[in-house]
Write a protein that binds this ligand. Structure first.
Ligand code: ADP
Ligand code: MG
Length: 678
C-alpha cells in the first residue's frame, strides 16, 4: 500500500503498549466492544489507532478516536501524522468544533466527543467508520457518557446495528484509571484489556500554605510560583510540571516565574551544578498549536523545563522527563449552580483521585516528587474522593435535544452510565420548551430540528434563527461567532496599559452607536473585517487578533449551516417594521428572555427567572457605571465571585419580553416529560 507504516518513530517501540500490539489487534477484531486500560503515557492514544490501521481495519471505514478536549485531539493528531509520515489532514486528521482538518484521504481521525455526537445525528450507525475509539472515558465528559449510551443502544439491537452497514462497527473504550469493571458491565460484560505498566514511586508532600479557606487565585498562584522556584534551586535535574486552573492564572504565574528566574545566580543559589537555566512554558486549551509543540521537546542541555498547565496535562497529554509536580489543588470546572439556576465555570478543589493522578505524572520514567501547596487538612476536609461526572453537574439541554432528534424520546430511561438526577433532565426539557425546540408534549419541533444543527448554546441559536426569519442574520451571525471564541478583549496586567486598553475599548463602544455589549461585538467584528491591516488594527485596539481570525471563520461556518437551511423552502419567514437597533435587540430577546434582569436599587439588578438572584453588571461591560440609566436588561452569562456578575449585557424594553416571560413559569412539567412516559 502507499501507507508506509514501518518507519514508526523509534521511541514508540519502547512504549508499554508495543508488547501487546498483536493481541490488541486481534481483540478488536474479535469483539464488538472492548475496554482498554493502562497507565497514562503507555501509548494508548497515539499507538492503538496506528495498530488498527496496520491491521487493515480501516478497509471498511475510518478509525475514529474521540477526545473530551480539543487541544488533545489536535496535538495527538499532529504527533501521529508525524509517526505515520504523512502531512496532517491527509491519512491522519482531526476535527474539533469549527475546525475540520480532514480530507477524503483521512482514515485515522481524531476528534472531540462533541463532533462524533454531531456526526451520529446525521448518520446514526456511523457508516463511515469501521472502529470508533472513545478515549479518556475516565474523564466522564458529558458527550463521552452520552456516546457510550448511544453506542450501547445501537449495537445491542441487531436490526439497528446492521442497518446501513456492511460490516458491524467496533467500539473500543479507553480509560486511564481503574473504573473499568463498571464500564465492562455497562457494555454487556465485554472483555477488558489491561496494559501492564511500570511506574516509579512518587513521594508527596503537603504544605501548610493553602488551608480550607484560601480559594483566592492570587494566593495559590503566588504559592505555586514560590514552590516551583524552590524546586528549581534545591532539587536535582529533572523537569517540573505545575498544575494551575486556567489561562489567566497560568499567564500570571509564568510572568512571575520569568521575573524571579532572572535574578537567580547559578553559582550560588542552585544546588545541582548541572542545572543552569529555567525554560518556562505555559500549556492551556486556547493557546496556538505551534506553541504547544514546544512542550514536548526536550530542553537544551543544562536547562530545566517548567511547564505550567491546566488539567490537560493530567491524563490527556503526557510530557516526557517530568520529575517534579507542583499541585495547586484547584481546577476550573463547569458546574450547575442551583442558586442562580445556570452553569457556571468555577474554581473548585480537585478530588483526591485527581490529586493522585497529578502526582503520578512525576513517576513515569523514574522516581519523582510531588509538592502539594495545600495542607493535609485541606485534603481531608475540602477534597472529595472522586470527581463527579459532568453529566451529574451540568446543564443537559443540548444533549437532551440531540437525543430527542435522534429519536430517543425516553430521555429519562436512556442507558446512562451514571444517571443524572431527574430534576436536571426536567430542567433541560423546560429550557428546550422555553426556546421552542420542543412542544408542550416533549416532541421536537421544526425549529428544534433546525436548532440542533448549530454548535451553539440553545438561547443563542434561538436568537440567531429568529434574526434569520426576519432577514437580519447579518446582525446576529457575527455576534454568535464572537461569543463562540475566547478572549476577544486584551486585558493587560500592567495598570497603566490596562487604563489605556479600557479607554480604547470604551471608544470602540461609543463608535458602535447604540451602546450595548452585543453591538460592541458586532462593531469590533465589522471594523476589523473592513480594515486593510486587521492585525495592526487589533493590536492598536487591544483586541486579540487570533481570536478575531477564528471568529471570522466561525461566522462563515455558521452562515453555511444557515444557508443550507434557508435553501429549503420551508424555512419560516416573518416581517418586521421598525428600526434596526430595535430589531436586533428584539431578536436577542427571543433567545435570552430566560436571562432577563431588572434593576432594583442602585447598581443592583434582580433576575426574573424565578431564582431572583441579585446581580451586578461586570466591570468589563460597556454599560458598567451607567446602571442608573437602565431598567430592564438581558445578558449572555454570569460570573460568580463574591458577587454575581452579569456579562455581555443589553438594555431592553419590558414590552419585548412581556409575552415571553410567562413561559418561564407556566410549564407543565408532567406533560413535558410525557413522551418519556408513553
Ligand atoms: P496514553 O494515551 O496511554 O496516555 P499516549 O499515546 O498519549 O499515551 O503517549 C505515548 C507517548 O507519546 C508519551 O511518551 C508521550 O510523551 C508521547 N507523545 C504524545 N504526544 C506527543 C507529541 N505531540 N509530541 C511528542 N511526544 C508525544
Ligand atoms: Mg491517552
Amino acid at each position: 500500500t502507499k501507507w508506509d507504516t514501518k518507519g514508526d518513530l523509534d521511541e514508540s517501540k519502547n512504549l508499554p503498549i508495543y508488547q501487546h500490539k498483536a493481541t490488541l489487534q486481534q481483540a478488536v477484531k474479535d469483539n464488538s466492544f472492548l475496554v482498554v486500560t493502562g497507565e497514562t503515557g503507555s501509548g494508548k492514544t497515539t499507538q492503538l489507532p496506528q495498530y488498527l490501521h496496520q491491521a487493515g481495519l480501516w478497509g471498511n471505514g475510518k478509525i475514529g478516536i474521540t477526545q473530551p478536549r480539543r487541544v488533545a485531539a489536535i496535538t495527538v493528531a499532529q504527533r501521529v501524522s508525524q509517526e505515520m509520515h504523512c502531512s496532517l489532514g491527509r491519512e491522519v486528521g482531526y476535527q474539533v468544533r469549527f475546525d475540520d482538518c480532514t480530507t477524503q484521504d483521512t482514515v485515522v481521525k481524531y476528534m472531540t466527543d462533541g463532533c462524533l455526537l454531531r456526526e451520529i445525528l446525521a448518520d446514526p450507525v456511523l457508516s463511515q467508520y469501521s472502529v470508533v475509539i472513545l478515549d479518556e472515558a475516565h474523564e466522564r465528559s458529558l458527550n463521552t457518557d452520552i456516546l457510550l449510551g448511544l453506542l450501547k443502544q445501537t449495537l445491542s439491537s441487531p436490526d439497528k446495528a446492521s442497518k446501513g452497514r456492511s460490516v458491524p462497527l467496533k467500539v473500543v473504550v479507553m480509560s486511564a484509571t481503574l473504573e473499568t469493571d463498571k464500564l465492562s458491565v455497562f457494555l454487556g460484560g465485554c472483555p477488558v484489556f489491561t496494559i501492564p505498566g511500570r511506574t516509579f514511586p512518587v513521594t508527596s508532600k503537603f504544605s501548610c500554605a493553602i488551608g480550607p479557606k484560601d480559594t483566592e487565585s492570587s494566593v495559590y498562584v503566588k504559592e505555586v510560583v514560590k514552590v516551583a522556584l524552590d524546586v528549581h534551586t534545591s532539587e536535582m535535574a529533572g523537569d517540573i510540571l505545575v498544575f494551575l486552573t486556567g489561562q489567566s492564572e497560568i499567564e500570571k504565574a509564568c510572568d512571575m516565574l520569568y521575573e524571579k528566574a532572572e535574578s537567580i545566580d547559578y553559582r550560588y543559589d542552585v544546588q545541582d551544578r548541572k542545572v543552569e537555566g529555567l525554560l518556562i512554558l505555559p500549556l492551556y486549551g486556547s493557546m496556538p498549536t505551534d506553541q504547544q509543540k514546544q512542550i514536548f521537546q526536550p530542553p537544551p542541555p543544562g536547562i530545566r523545563k517548567c511547564v505550567v498547565a491546566t488539567n490537560i496535562a493530567a491524563t490527556s497529554l503526557t510530557i516526557n522527563g517530568i520529575k517534579y509536580i507542583v499541585d495547586s489543588g484547584f481546577v476550573k470546572q463547569l458546574n450547575h449552580n442551583s442558586r442562580v439556576g445556570m452553569d457556571i465555570l468555577e474554581v473548585v478543589p480537585i478530588s483526591k483521585s485527581e490529586a493522585l493522578q497529578r502526582a503520578g505524572r512525576a513517576g513515569r520514567t523514574s522516581a519523582g516528587k510531588c509538592f502539594r501547596i495545600y495542607s493535609q487538612e485541606f485534603w481531608e476536609k475540602c477534597m472529595p474522593k472522586y470527581t463527579v461526572p459532568e453529566i451529574q453537574r451540568t446543564s443537559l439541554t443540548t444533549v437532551i435535544l440531540t437525543l430527542k432528534c435522534l429519536g430517543v424520546h425516553d430521555v429519562i430511561r436512556f442507558p446512562y452510565l451514571d444517571r443524572p438526577e431527574e430534576r436536571f433532565i426536567i430542567e433541560a426539557l423546560k429550557q428546550l420548551y422555553q426556546c421552542d425546540a420542543i412542544d408542550r408534549r416533549g416532541k421536537v419541533t421544526r425549529l428544534g430540528e433546525l436548532m440542533v444543527q448549530f454548535p451553539l448554546p440553545p438561547g443563542l441559536t434561538r436568537a440567531l434563527l429568529q434574526a434569520a426569519s426576519l432577514g437580519c442574520e447579518d446582525l446576529l451571525l457575527p455576534v454568535a461567532a464572537m461569543l463562540s471564541v475566547e478572549n476577544i478583549f486584551i486585558r493587560p496586567g500592567h495598570p497603566e496599559k490596562q487604563k489605556e486598553a479600557d479607554k480604547k475599548h470604551r471608544q470602540l463602544g461609543v463608535q458602535a452607536g447604540s451602546c450595548n455589549d452585543f453591538t460592541m461585538l458586532l462593531s469590533v467584528f465589522e471594523k476589523c473585517k473592513a480594515s486593510d491591516a486587521p492585525s495592526a488594527w487589533c493590536k492598536d485596539n487591544y483586541i486579540h487578533w487570533r481570536a478575531l481570525k477564528s471568529a471570522f471563520s466561525v461566522e462563515t461556518q455558521l452562515r453555511e449551516i444557515l444557508l443550507r437551511q434557508q435553501n429549503r423552502r420551508d424555512f419560516p419567514m416573518e416581517k418586521f417594521d421598525g428600526n434596526k437597533s430595535e430589531l436586533f435587540r428584539r431578536c436577542l430577546c427571543t433567545g435570552y428572555f430566560t436571562n432577563v434582569a431588572r434593576r432594583s436599587v442602585g447598581k443592583v439588578f434582580c433576575t426574573m427567572d424565578g431564582h431572583g438572584s441579585m446581580v451586578h453588571i461586570h466591570p468589563s461591560s460597556t454599560l458598567f457605571d451607567q446602571e442608573a440609566q437602565l431598567d430592564w436588561v438581558i445578558f449572555h452569562d454570569l460570573l460568580v465571585t463574591s458577587r454575581i456578575y452579569i456579562r455581555t449585557v443589553c438594555p431592553i424594553r419590558y414590552d419585548w419580553v412581556k409575552d415571553l416571560l410567562p413561559k418561564l413559569h407556566e410549564v407543565d412539567v408532567y406533560e413535558l416529560s410525557s413522551v418519556a412516559r408513553e
